[in-house]
Structures are given as structure tokens and as C-alpha cells.
Design a protein around this ligand. Sequence first.
Ligand code: SF4
Length: 90
Amino acid sequence: MRYMERGVARPSGYVEATRGCLHTCRHCPVVPIYNGRFFVVPAELVMEDIRQQVAAGAEHITFGDPDFLNGPGHAMNRATTPCRVPICYL
Ligand code: SF4
């Protein structure tokens, strides 16, 4: 996966800090699987996943959680943990 930064394609990684979602929006494909449940991925697993992708060449990490703010404390900890690469949230 690559992302564009000022016209340059850079290798990009992808992680999820949570699975599922607390909400049950009727249009959403997450709901039939999780039905309003969500699960936190342990912080050390998330960070190890990021470290491995950076070691493999990722220059950017995207968080693809269905709803990153289902777990506000967990989300804030992930968002404020020092990281060597830029991050974004889908
Ligand atoms: S992931 Fe988004 S659209 Fe889907 S149920 Fe959660 S809040 Fe609604």
C-alpha cells in the first residue's frame, strides 16, 4: 500500500487498534459481524505491528478502526504514543 505526499508515493502500513463497533448503523457492514460489540487490541500488539511494518519500510501508518473513538482512552493513548512515522485515521 502506498500513500501520496507532495506527489511522492511512499510505502504505507495499516493497523487496527480495535475491532467491531459499539453502534448499530443500519447501512454498515460491520454490524452483522459485531452487532454492537467492540474489542480493544492490546496496546503492545498494536505497537509491535507498527514496528514490524516500519522495519519493513512503511513511512506512514493508517489506523483503520471502524470507529476509532469507541474506546476514547485507548484511542488517545494510541494517538499520542511517540512514533517515528506519520499516522492517520480512516
Ligand atoms: S463503524 Fe461507523 S457506520 Fe458502522 S456501526 Fe460503527 S459508527 Fe456506524
